[in-house]
Design a protein around this ligand. Sequence first.
Ligand code: TRP
Length: 346
Amino acid sequence: MDSYSATLLRMPQLRSEVETQPDKFRMLTGERPTGPLHLGHLFGSILERVSLQNRGVETFIVLADYQVITDRDTSANVKNNVREAIMDYVSAGIDPTQTTIFTHSAVPALNQLLLPFLSLVSDSELRRNPTVKSELAASERPLSGLLLTYPVHQAADILFCKGNLVPVGKDNLPHVEITRTIARRFNERYGGVFREPEAMLTQTPELPGLDGRKMSKSYGNAIALGMSADETAAVIRKTQTDSQRQITFAPERRPGVSALLATAAVCTGAEPEDIASEVGESGAGALKSLATEAVNEYLADHRARRRELESDPTTVDRILADGNERANVIADATLAEVRAAMGMDY
Ligand code: TRP
């Protein structure tokens, strides 16, 4: 059985364990600060983190800044993207007193774990990693050492705090798999320091961008959480629809119309098919107004909280400084254990 099927099969049991024994889990997940967070992030991952946090699972969010330079030659905007992400987390309900938000570049001991970890994997194992393979296929660039070792770096992100619950999308499963392998091999070689983390697959289906493709800032099809109501109306207005007046939900045949329906649906909690019959023959213009209103209403509180944070930069600075400090304490302790297990505790 492949790891995707195995993870899917394990999901109901894992979810019920999280529900009944939240204190058995330490959750770590995160993202690369490459641009503004959008509705897809909110529904695909951020709300799940908020609910785990509120259920009492100890939560960590890494802003993986070094991972930004795996596929680009510049780190411009990283700092701003980090700040923007923190504002969206907090506006969405992440409580920085309960959740540790940190940037991995600010945690030296986390990065030092990379050295022993690299000794535990072979170059062919790394070359087989689907993310590494697809990145390599998609770009003209030569494979950098950092891109090749991406999954090992991600293992350090997870294992530095001995995280055992890693909510990720399907595309990140191979990284969790290699993290388990690294934890197991380290323990076999040097004694039991790490536990093997488990992936938790997102429950919600992926919200498409406004053109039906994956929602992504680079496709110009995303509704960023920080947009104003007017900016939201403007991107929705630009959505390519068709001339059929009767609105139906048909993602393959009518990507624009269906993306608008899916967007309105997640924001109102209704089914896309029901919204389609509600709009009926009123056409794409009416659907766009409905979708705009649904998004703007749903995000009104989020945006109000965000505007407050935007006008108070020291709060954002403090959240990150606190998170980095907490992450450093934990990383220092784990690295000390690792070095002791390896007999390098001078
Ligand atoms: N690679 C992840 C992504 O691009 C981001 C990430 C970095 C991550 N470190 C992590 C996710 C550790 C989960 C756990 O989406």
